[in-house]
Design a protein around this ligand. Sequence first.
Ligand SMILES: C[S@@+](CC[C@H](N)C(=O)[O-])C[C@H]1O[C@@H](n2cnc3c(N)ncnc32)[C@H](O)[C@@H]1O
Length: 288
Amino acid sequence: MNYRHVYHAGNFADVVKHVVLALTIEHLKLKDTPFRIIDTHAGVGLYALNHGPAERTGEWRTGIGRLFGAEAAPLPAPVADLLAPYLDLIAAENADAPDGQITRYPGSPLIARRLMRRGDQLVVNELHADDRVRLAELFARDGQVKVLGLDGWIALKSLLPPKERRGLILIDPPFEEHNELIRLTEALKEAIRRFETGTYVIWYPIKDEKIIARFHRAIAESCARECLIAEVMLRTARHPEKLNGCGLVVVNPPWKLEAQLRVVLPHLAERLGQGEGAQSRLEWLVRH
Ligand SMILES: C[S@@+](CC[C@H](N)C(=O)[O-])C[C@H]1O[C@@H](n2cnc3c(N)ncnc32)[C@H](O)[C@@H]1O
């Protein structure tokens, strides 16, 4: 386990993932019945951007720094409305920072916690021992959050179905191993078998587009539920060893998520893009 998310916190990939996550949680809140969010690869939950690894890499500057803070241009109104739940919580996290600076960035566990309601539950799972300690500190004495330290793929099996029978499962592995996309496809199939009405949000890196096309085909063949893909490319993928973009598979996407992403994704591609070929893609892999 070499991957450390702190080097990448707030980068373009976090922004794309967290925008989709926030929009999806907002949809779950439209019904009164409680739900559970399960974050299988959680990270530490909150990252300092003004010192330490994130400050050294500066990846957040071409991520959240392009959307929020002193140096970001204002967003067009329809995009600003849709991003408000996400950007408001970043603003709240940075309320004491001077001159509109961004000094802290919330990870997926904290985004989920801030957006859910009294009565909803959050389970955050992180295998790395040090990160798990930080996560446990962040949520100490919080009765709505359970922190676990399982292997994420085991957590996925053992936590499904949730007792509320309503839920969102975020799957965000580090992709350190070459077969992680295959493993993901198999794990997703089994997870859907256990909890077929759950909404699954799965992040993936886009380096070589041919590999991603195979991944899409495998998901489409194995997934019995509706399945939407949302991608942002930073540039044309001429160098397949580079992180050229990222995407999310959303299984059982909430009604209206597609329409909202049609507004938001092209704008994210424009803001986050790093050259020729920056663009977004939104497509149904499986549609009933
Ligand atoms: C991409 S990061 C998670 C970022 C987080 N979801 C967010 O959006 O803020 C992936 C995390 O998975 C953890 N991890 C690596 N292998 C794991 C495994 N087998 N099971 C659970 N967590 C794992 C890493 O330590 C890392 O913190």
